[in-house]
Ligand binder design. Structure first.
Ligand SMILES: [Zn+2]
Length: 272
């Protein structure tokens, strides 16, 4: 399935207005840390001066919304224990969390894993698709260490503040960041981002259908004379499906036609 990506830049946010340049060398995954599945709530809250944070995109159930130009430096990682910040290197997006839970410190309380399974699958698929798209656009290798990381991993690597996202959440659904990186790489290699429902069997069915449709196309007037000749000479066989003029000829049909033509020519010669 294709990622539904739209643009809604946070032009009133101080980070956007500052407009420092980012040369993307990685992607950092965040989650908002609040039970709010509607991205518009965040967009409204962040699209004004005095908000000390800004990411490049929000991932929600229905797709992704770009909120900063990809080459503008974001405010999402704070500063890590090394004194460095992923703000200088990484693109960033927030994943919207489902409704229903609360927080005690960095821990989710009353989080219903079973009820949220479908929601998280949608979020995960969109997060994979967005990250794959960004990695492709900026020639990033998601499997290289430090390229695709979450906020928590950034903290452990000393380049982000002490937050737990998304490792306080995704592992409840059996998702690891290693799995995420593999799925991003696979989406980049196999094009599964574009249409994950496509199988060989389904492609074959669609091809059959396409060929059947083409075969039914009515031929144009300009070929009328040639068609009449070919039909009378028995070069194009009709049969139950008609002459199928809009269809492609197989190599088998081609040699059959040539053979028939050869017979006609020999007959012509023998009459001389
Ligand atoms: Zn974060």
């Amino acid at each position: 399935m294709q990622l539904k990506l739209k643009e809604q830049l946070l032009t009133q946010n101080d980070c956007y207005r500052e407009g420092r340049v980012l040369k993307p060398q990685g992607v950092m995954v965040h989650s908002t840390g609040v039970a709010q599945p509607d991205p518009q709530v965040f967009l409204r809250g962040w699209n004004k001066p005095g908000v000390e944070k800004c990411v490049h995109a929000f991932v929600w159930k229905g797709g992704a919304i770009q909120t900063l130009p990809w080459t503008t430096r974001g405010w999402h990682a704070g500063t890590g224990t090394t004194g460095r910040s992923a703000n200088n290197t990484h693109l960033s997006f927030e994943c919207c969390e489902p409704a229903g839970h609360t927080y005690q410190g960095g821990t989710m309380v009353d989080y219903d894993v079973k009820a949220n399974e479908g929601y998280v699958q949608d979020i995960y698929r969109n997060a994979v698709a967005l990250t794959a798209r960004l990695c492709r656009e900026f020639s990033l290798d998601p499997l290289k260490p430090g390229v695709v990381i979450c906020h928590r991993e950034g903290y452990e690597q000393g380049i982000a503040s002490g937050h737990a996202d998304v490792l306080h959440w995704w592992p409840k659904h059996g998702i690891t960041m290693d799995q995420f990186r593999r799925d991003v790489a696979q989406a980049m290699a196999g094009g599964t981002e574009e249409d994950e429902d496509m199988t060989q069997e389904r492609f074959d069915q669609m091809m059959e259908q396409y060929l059947a449709q083409r075969a039914k196309l009515a031929p144009a007037d300009w070929s009328a004379q040639a068609r009449k000749w070919a039909e009378q000479a028995g070069i194009v066989a009709g049969g139950a499906q008609g002459q199928r003029y809009g269809s492609f000829a197989t190599r088998e049909e081609l040699v059959q036609m040539l053979s028939r033509l050869d017979q006609l020519l020999s007959q012509g010669q023998s009459k001389k």
